[in-house]
Design a protein around this ligand. Structure first.
Ligand SMILES: Cc1ncc(COP(=O)(O)O)c(C=O)c1O
Length: 363
């Protein structure tokens, strides 16, 4: 049986706070801090010798990412953030010229395309914050991009449904899993995802400077190229056959190792168990909110709920909670609460009790 209390001890924030803000920034486990300290020590003592010794381990991190999402290692790049990777992708697919995206999705998803001259076809969200699947069906662009879980509403997409729509129309399906990877199983091949991104400083718990980028092999073959001198063959730029073409310049060993440590944790616990735990926690949160008459901004069918829940509240509520060492974020029209496997029911109880006490005080 998984000892969640023991796992939680790896996250020092819980020594003195209730942290329910992973949708903003995830906590880094102590074992990652130890790993990074070792790495810097070796770097400080041996410089290039240390750097050269890390190459194989960085390859291993790409392989672990591939295993986690059901891809092949050659289809994986680890880029500094999603914006960087999306820029490379928009350049690689320049000839397609047009992309459909939901309005209000995260800007890193659509801005790079605009900057590289693609036309944006906007898909609307309805008032309840739900994605309009019919508009996706009718969209004309050769590419469709969307977040798996919306950062400001918590709406969770029906990935298979969208993948089917895209497949029927021969439309490339780009999924941003920044707000979901690490909380549930994702299998790019089984789920029909052509391209996937996940910035890793939230649910992947590995700090800043890492984003997973998956591009399916067929696309890498169809659109050959590279973006840096490393990939320049004597005859031109069409040199790098795999996704490493997106990792330009020197490699960020330290960032890779932070990601590697998180991947080991996910693997050790098991994504099935993590998925179940996260779901139990957010169902408990929903139940407690209802019982205590705390209103959510959006009400979704069960299958579209996620570990991000927005309750009605002004920015002042975030400040008042922070004074009690309870951390949430004000986003969009309310207060965003976000739960990872390292949270527990006591965190939720403390949060709810604090909200009620603040409400009473303000009344
Ligand atoms: C849905 C989503 N995608 C991506 C990002 C981060 O993008 P980037 O890695 O370009 O900073 C965020 C950050 O909040 C996000 O919520």
């Amino acid at each position: 049986m998984t000892d969640w209390n023991h796992i939680r001890k790896q996250f020092r924030a819980f020594n003195d706070s209730v942290y329910v803000n992973t949708a903003a920034t995830g906590l880094i486990p102590d074992s990652t801090i130890d790993r990074v300290t070792q790495l810097y020590d070796y770097h400080a003592r041996r410089g290039a010798v240390a750097a050269e010794s890390w190459v194989d381990e960085m390859d291993e991190v790409r392989a672990k990412v591939a295993r986690m999402i059901g891809a092949e290692t050659e289809e994986i790049a680890i880029v500094p953030n999603m914006s960087t990777g999306m820029n490379w992708l928009a350049m690689m697919l320049k000839s397609l010229g047009r992309i459909a995206v939901p309005v209000e999705d995260f800007p890193s998803l659509y801005s790079p395309w605009e900057i590289h001259g693609h036309k944006l076809e906007r898909i609307s969200n309805n008032e309840a914050g739900e994605i309009n699947y019919e508009e996706i069906r009718q969209s004309q662009s050769p590419i469709f991009a969307i977040s798996h879980v919306q950062w400001h509403t918590g709406y969770q997409l029906d990935v298979e449904r969208v993948a089917n729509i895209c497949q029927e129309k021969n439309q490339l399906f780009v999924l941003d899993a920044t707000q979901s990877l690490g909380t549930q199983k994702i299998d790019v091949k089984k789920q029909g995802i052509d391209i996937l991104f996940a910035s890793c400083y939230k649910w992947m718990m590995c700090g800043f400077g890492n984003c997973i980028m998956y591009v399916k092999k067929e696309l890498l073959e169809q659109y050959p190229g590279g973006f840096c001198w490393q990939f320049r063959a004597p005859e031109g730029l069409d040199f790098c056959p795999d996704a490493k073409r997106f990792e330009i310049g020197h490699e960020r060993a330290e960032a890779f190792f932070r990601l590697g440590n998180s991947l080991d944790i996910f693997h050790e616990i098991g994504m099935d168990k993590i998925e179940k735990r996260v779901k139990e926690l957010y169902e408990y949160l929903y139940a407690q909110l209802r019982e205590n008459n705390i209103e959510t901004v959006f009400e979704y069918p069960e299958k579209n709920r996620s570990q991000i829940v927005i309750i009605k509240g002004e920015p002042e509520l975030q400040n008042q909670l922070a004074q009690k060492n309870i951390f949430v974020s004000h986003r969009g029209t309310g207060i965003r609460i976000s739960l990872h496997f390292y949270n527990n029911k006591e965190d939720i109880d403390t949060l709810i009790a604090a909200i009620k006490a603040i409400e009473l005080q303000m009344a």
